[in-house]
Write a protein that binds this ligand. Structure first.
Ligand code: ZN
Length: 65
């Protein structure tokens, strides 16, 4: 399975989950990888409430899933 955002392979996480992440609101179909989830998808969701830079920092610091 490939990430719909960066099209790289979605690798299993340490907990065995290998189905990737929900890419909404970037894409409405498919799944995205862990990397895109934490650098693009989550910050984009949070950017409704704060700047994208602040959101990225927050995700990095708190490991938001
Ligand atoms: Zn990706």
């Amino acid at each position: 399975m490939n990430c719909v955002i960066c099209s790289s392979d979605i690798l299993p996480q340490s907990n065995g989950w290998d189905k990737g992440h929900n890419p909404s609101p970037i894409k409405e179909d498919g799944r995205c990888c862990e990397e895109c989830n934490s650098t693009v998808v989550i910050p984009t969701r949070l950017s409704k409430f704060m700047s994208i830079e602040e959101a990225r920092e927050l995700v990095k610091e708190n490991n938001i899933e």
